[in-house]
Design a binder for this molecule. Structure first.
Ligand code: HMG
Length: 390
């Protein structure tokens, strides 16, 4: 039985900054951010968007009534959750009107958790092929103003329906994964920004890629030639390229060229959104599915997932007939094109806005936010969400 991605949705906030302007404000050469890091724009979440609303908006565009009835598992991958106890999945389950006979949980392992969620969802569907699972990947990446990581922030969510006989991509069973306890990037529970050893994190990202790719080849006998493209977890778009380059000499010049061309296409949306942590690999996959020309059914795509701390995994998917009818290129291009640019001063102001932590009430102006699902305020330590369609 084939199991895999039946639907895929995406959402990012309506505000962004231009990386050229951020570079000027930070007294660095713009090319460092646009070429050296490989980012053109960076999504900025207003206070009315958090990891719950981003995920709910991403899922809202793909779910129909049949999905709402058939989904019996909601897994939320995030490292910017809003509660240490209650899972973000429960909020989204309610906001989207999914039937009550569902399991709803949150998972965490830095940027890797969504891949674990996908694999768990796959196992669940293998046991219950008539059901569907909703996997949500949603994050706000924050390092702080004027920090080394600032140019690699971002915000957004990807929502994926996993089912039997999927419309978009079958996920293959072979997979290579690896865990090692390292301190390359972490965020203690008392901090709302991440700590990072930037250079070490880059090295480890590549070392884990080499590890799981080597393991995958041993397990499956695969070579680079077997893949039309490899999509990477993209903390910034140069990162995957650095990893890809370390293995290119395994193959012919023609395959190298194909993988490099397709790598560029797979970074299209990420380049204008920034790091969305758990969703970044899947945003790269979405970029490739929606922006590549003439992809055929049967095409195999490699996927490299990395979550600091750290866990890495390499696995693959195979495109299904007419998959292109099940992605939403125009909608996602419009979502990005219709965003509002913030000046650097405005971005800094938005970045520093916070919600009360003393139980007091705040009401937010959701009319300024075009998203359908918004955070409308907080009262008695409870976030108040609104679905404008209800
Ligand atoms: P930095 O020290 O500001 O930058 O930190 P740099 O000096 O290393 O320069 C970056 C690149 O720009 C270099 O290219 C420069 O040569 C180039 P490279 O040599 O690396 O190919 N450059 C220029 N290029 C063109 N024209 C110019 C120019 N000037 C310089 N004029 C760093 C960069 C990424 C370390 C920093 O932003 C950071 O710490 N970011 C956060 C950590 C991160 O993203 N790590 C990635 C791997 S870990 C990961 O992916 C997991 C993560 O997503 C978290 C999770 O799992 O939850 C982060």
């Amino acid at each position: 039985m084939k199991i895999g991605i039946d639907k895929i949705g995406f959402y990012t906030p309506h505000l962004y900054v231009d990386m050229n302007k951020l570079a000027v404000a930070r007294h660095v050469e713009p090319e460092k951010f646009t070429i050296g890091i490989g980012q053109s724009q960076m999504a900025v979440p207003p206070l009315t968007q958090d990891s719950v609303t981003l995920a709910a908006n991403a899922a809202l565009e793909i779910l129909d009534e049949e999905d709402r009835n058939q989904i019996d598992l909601v897994i939320f991958g995030t490292e910017s959750g809003i509660d240490h106890s209650k899972s973000a999945a429960v909020y989204v389950h309610h906001l989207l009107g999914i039937n009550p006979h569902a399991r709803s949980i949150e998972m965490k392992q830095a940027c890797y958790s969504t891949t674990a969620a996908m694999q768990l969802a796959k196992g669940h569907i293998a046991l219950h092929p008539e059901k569907k699972a909703l996997v949500l990947a949603s994050d706000i990446a924050r390092y702080g103003l004027n920090t080394g990581g600032e140019a690699t922030q971002g915000a957004g969510a990807v929502a994926i329906v996993i089912s039997a006989n999927p419309s978009i991509m079958e996920l293959e069973s072979e997979s290579a994964y690896f865990t090692n306890d390292i301190m390359d990037f972490w965020r203690p529970v008392y901090s709302d920004t991440a700590f990072v050893d930037g250079k070490f994190s880059n090295e480890q990202y590549i070392a884990f890629f080499n590890q799981v790719w080597g393991q995958y080849k041993e397990q499956t006998g695969a070579t680079l030639e077997d893949f039309e493209a490899i999509c990477f977890h993209l903390p910034y778009t140069k990162m995957g390229l650095k990893a890809l380059r370390t293995v290119l000499d395994e193959t012919s010049e023609a395959v190298q060229e194909r993988l490099l061309n397709h790598y560029q296409i797979s970074t299209t949306y990420n380049r204008n959104v920034g790091n969305i942590y758990t969703g970044s690999l899947y945003l790269s996959l979405l970029s490739f599915l929606e922006q590549a020309q003439n992809l055929q059914a049967g095409t195999k795509i490699g996927l490299y997932s990395y979550g600091s701390g750290a866990v890495g995994e390499f696995f693959a998917g195979v495109l299904q007939p007419n998959f292109e009818q099940h992605v939403q290129r125009d909608k996602h291009e419009k979502l990005l094109a219709n965003r509002k640019e913030l000046s650097i001063a405005e971005y800094e102001e938005v970045f520093q806005q916070t919600l009360p932590t003393d139980g007091s009430t705040v009401e937010l102006d959701i009319n300024q936010d075009p998203a359908i699902i918004c955070l409308a305020g907080v009262t008695e330590n409870k976030r108040q969400y609104v679905n404008k369609n209800n």
